[in-house]
Design a protein around this ligand. Sequence first.
Ligand SMILES: [Zn+2]
Length: 79
Amino acid sequence: MSRKDFAAIDAAIDYTADRHKYSTHKTCVVCGTPFEAIRSDAEVCSHKCTQRRYRKRLQARLALEAAAAREELDNATRH
Ligand SMILES: [Zn+2]
């Protein structure tokens, strides 16, 4: 089956009517709120939490990069 066929099948399925079949009880990894996930790989309850998680990850990455840069500077100045 091609990608196009899958798209046609997807369009034919009424996901909202069968929502309970696809939804899963999950807990938001950002705010801890229980929510119904439509996708099994969903981790956050809302778009807001997606953004919050993104910002958290970005901050964590920047902190790591800053730490690495400091270390590099330490190594460069320490002879
Ligand atoms: Zn959340």
